[in-house]
Design a protein around this ligand. Sequence first.
Ligand code: GLY
Length: 338
Amino acid sequence: MEPIFNVRQQSEIYIGPTSDILPGVLPGGRVVVVSDATIDRLYHPMLAPYDTVLIGLGESIKTLQTVESIYRRFIELGVDRSTFVLGIGGGIVTDVAGFAAATYMRGLDFGFVSTTLLGQVDASVGGKNGVNVDGYKNMAGTFSQPRFVICDPGMLRTLSDREFRAGLAEVVKAAIIADADLFARIEATTFDDLRSDTDLLTDAVSASIRVKADIVERDERESGDRRKLNLGHTLAHAIEKCTNRLNHGEAVAVGTALIADASVKLGVLTAEDRDRIAGVLKKLGFDLTPPVDVKRLLKEVGKDKKNEDGMLRIVVPIGIGDCDVRRMSHDEFAALFA
Ligand code: GLY
């Protein structure tokens, strides 16, 4: 099977059944799998032929301690520079497995089978990996492209509605950033249709990956356009820091709705487009009420260690399928929510 994209001539992205694709893309030598207990339970026969390192579940295990435990297992298993690391799982597994592979013995080749919608349309594609430090998201990591990413729509059937919906937040994000047609297609469909219609879902996954792949092609290391992929994420990360009641996608949905409101205030987005953004998110089942007071979120944004030169880079939608990155002080940002 041919890849649908080849990001930076280094990372082949496939959409289709893993069993058809994986044998053709794995290199000939030794393979070690990094995955988690849920994947092992659901897809054990896929993992069984390989030495496997299982990591824990949930965002709280995205730490350097987990990476160190993978290194230890790699040492026990005699993993060396010629070993290929195959990460099978959602965004947490691929972020951690990619980071462990990219740093163990100064870097092993690796590839992914991405098993969640969020992973397929965002986390596993584009070469970012990493872990959180003291609750600060993705503070340590590398840019290293996986040799391949397999996005298997069939594997999304086992997701809960909540996990599936979380991925849809990143689909909507991609559409707002750069694909007005995709946005219109999502507006014209329903959550249930997306869950049950494989063609519809494959189209949404592939269009979202195209948005991301095009951006990463231009700006792998996030010095310019790649920042656009952080639409809604400044407030989403603050939400995730303040409460664990929302998963990442749910926080992105709230963050996106808030920034759409702010963009109307800034005079760059029409109220009509803002209403379309909120409307599509609500229709997919997101609760857009901030789970904590926006003032508290803004305080958290002020503490964000990733601010550059003391200024924020805020992605503002300027239309459906178009956005802009604005450099602003924390006070200027806060004023948009006053
Ligand atoms: N998730 C944002 C990025 O990969 O740049």
